[in-house]
Design a protein around this ligand. Structure first.
Ligand code: HEC
Ligand SMILES: [Cu+2]
Length: 414
C-alpha cells in the first residue's frame, strides 16, 4: 500500500512541473514560431522553398510513421491470442517484401528529385522585378574562395553584412571602388522590395551567425572569409533576427532586422542616410582640424624644457646667396655684398668691382681663385689688401663651393 506521505510530494511534483513548463512556454511563444517548420515570410522564394521542402519531407515522414506504427498497433490488437496459444509459423511473403522495399526506394527517389528542384530556388537568386533596384556587384566585398550566387542577369543590390561584438554593420555597395564613402547602417538593414539583395557576410572579430528566420537559413560570419546569401522580399515589413552563434557576453543583445520598403522609399532613405553621413564626416573633420590647431599652438607655446629634445637639424643645403649677402659672422667671413655690387643679390656696394660685369665670362675655377687669393691679381682701378684674404679658412669647402656656384649661376646663367 502506498503511503500518503510519499504519494503527496510526487503529485505536487508533477503539478509543479506542469505549471513551470507552461510558465516558461507562455512568454516564449514567439521563440517557437519555427518549431514545426522553418519560418518563411515576405515572399522571398528561398525561404519559401526551404519551408515547402521541409513540409513535404515532414509529411512523408508522418505518413510512414503513422502508417507503420498504426499497422503495427492494429496487428497487435487484431491478432492477439490468449495465453498458451501456439502461433502459426509464417515464412516470408514475396509480394509484401518486394512491396515495402520498392515503396521505400520510391519515397527516397521522390524526396531526392524534389530536393534538387527546390535546391535551385534556395541557392540561386532570381532577377529583380522590373521596378526593383540593383547596383553592379562590388567585388571588394569578398574574401576567401567562395563565390556569390548572382541573379541570371548579374545585377543585384549588394550589401556587406559585418558581424562585430555585438552588432551588425551593413555597408551598401555603390558604383565606385572606394569603400570608405559608402552608405552604411547598424542593426537595421533597409532594403527595397522586389529587389534581389545579395549579402556578403563577414565578421570583424569572432564568429557570428546571420539569421533572419523568415528570410532563409543561417549563415556563418567568419573573420577572413565571406559567406553569401540573398533574399528577394515582395511584401514590405520588418523581419527580425538575431545573431545565432554564441559570440561573447553581449551575444543575446546582438539583434538584427531587415526593413523592406518600396524602391522609391528606399531611394529616399539611402539619400538621407548618405547626407547625414557626409554631414557627420564634415563635423568630425572640423573638430579634428580644431584639435590639430590647438595641439600645434600648445606645442609652440610650450616652454622649451618641456619640449622633446630637438633632433639635430638635418644638414641643410648650403645657401651661397646667403653667404654673399650676410657672410658667416661666426668665423669672421665678411659679407661679399658689403663691398661688391651684384644684381641677383640686390647689393650695390662699390668698395670692390661690380661682380656682374667683372665676372661675366669667367670660369668657376677663376671665380674661386679670385675669392681665395684676392691679392694675386688686382683688379684695375682697385687697391690690393682691401678684400679679405681669409676666405680659405673662414669658409668651409662646401660653403666656398656653394658661393662660387651661386656667383657663376647669377652672372653667367645656369
Ligand atoms: C672689404 C671689401 C671686400 C670684401 C668683403 C670682398 N671683396 Fe672682393 N674685392 C674687393 C676689392 C677691393 C677687390 C679688387 C682688388 C682685388 O682684386 O683684390 C675685390 C676683387 C674681387 C674679385 C676679383 C674681381 C675681378 O675683377 O676679377 C672677386 C671675384 C671678388 N672680389 C669676389 C669676392 C667675394 C666672392 C667675396 C666674398 C666671399 C668678396 N670678394 C669679398 C673687396 C672686397
Ligand atoms: Cu554575434
Amino acid at each position: 500500500m502506498r503511503s500518503p506521505i510519499t504519494s503527496l510530494p510526487a503529485k505536487n511534483g508533477i503539478l509543479f512541473g506542469i505549471v513551470l513548463v507552461s510558465a516558461l512556454l507562455i512568454p516564449a511563444t514567439g521563440a517557437f514560431a519555427g518549431i514545426l517548420a522553418p519560418e518563411a515570410g515576405g515572399g522571398t522564394p528561398n525561404a519559401e522553398a526551404i519551408r515547402s521542402l521541409y513540409l513535404l519531407i515532414f509529411g512523408l515522414g508522418c505518413i510512414v510513421f503513422f502508417g507503420v506504427g498504426g499497422l503495427m498497433i492494429w496487428t497487435i490488437v487484431r491478432y492477439r491470442a490468449s495465453k498458451g496459444a501456439v502461433a502459426v509459423q509464417v515464412h516470408g511473403n514475396n509480394r509484401l517484401e518486394v512491396g515495402w522495399t520498392v515503396g521505400a526506394a520510391l519515397l527516397l527517389v521522390l524526396i531526392s528529385v524534389v530536393t534538387f528542384i527546390k535546391l535551385d530556388q534556395i541557392k540561386n537568386p532570381p532577377n529583380s522585378s522590373a521596378n526593383g533596384l540593383s547596383t553592379p556587384q562590388n567585388a571588394s566585398f569578398s574574401s576567401g574562395p567562395a563565390k556569390p550566387s548572382l541573379p541570371p542577369n548579374g545585377r543585384s543590390l549588394n550589401i556587406d553584412v559585418n558581424g562585430q561584438q555585438y552588432l551588425w554593420r551593413y555597408t551598401y555597395a555603390d558604383t565606385d571602388t572606394n569603400n570608405l564613402n559608402n552608405v552604411f547602417s547598424y542593426e537595421q538593414m533597409v532594403v527595397p522590395t522586389n529587389t534581389t539583395v545579395t549579402l556578403s557576410i563577414r565578421a570583424q572579430d569572432v564568429q557570428h551567425s546571420w539569421w533572419i528566420p523568415e528570410l532563409g537559413g543561417k549563415f556563418d560570419a567568419v573573420p577572413g572569409y565571406t559567406n553569401y546569401t540573398w533574399f528577394n522580399i515582395t511584401e514590405p515589413g520588418v523581419y527580425d533576427g538575431q545573431c545565432a552563434e554564441l559570440c561573447g557576453r553581449g551575444h543575446a543583445t546582438m539583434i538584427a532586422s531587415v526593413k523592406a520598403v518600396s524602391p522609391d522609399e528606399f531611394k529616399l532613405w539611402y539619400a538621407s542616410q548618405k547626407a547625414s553621413i557626409v554631414a557627420a564626416e564634415k563635423q568630425a573633420a572640423t573638430a579634428r582640424n580644431a584639435l590639430i590647431a590647438k595641439d600645434a599652438a600648445a606645442l609652440k607655446n610650450a616652454p622649451s624644457a618641456d619640449a622633446p629634445a630637438a633632433a639635430p637639424a638635418p644638414a641643410a643645403a648650403v645657401d651661397g646667396k646667403k653667404i654673399f649677402v650676410a657672410g658667416v659672422p661666426a668665423t669672421g667671413a665678411l659679407a661679399c655684398g658689403s663691398c661688391h655690387a651684384l644684381a641677383d643679390a640686390g647689393t650695390t656696394a662699390a668698395v670692390g668691382p661690380n661682380l656682374d660685369t667683372t665676372l661675366k665670362g669667367q670660369s668657376a675655377a677663376m671665380i674661386k681663385a679670385s675669392t681665395l687669393y684676392p691679392n694675386k691679381l688686382i683688379s684695375k682701378g682697385f687697391a690690393a689688401n682691401i678684400m679679405p684674404a681669409n676666405y680659405g679658412s673662414s669658409l668651409t669647402k662646401a660653403q666656398l663651393d656653394a658661393l662660387v656656384k651661386y656667383l657663376n649661376d647669377a652672372v653667367n646663367g645656369k
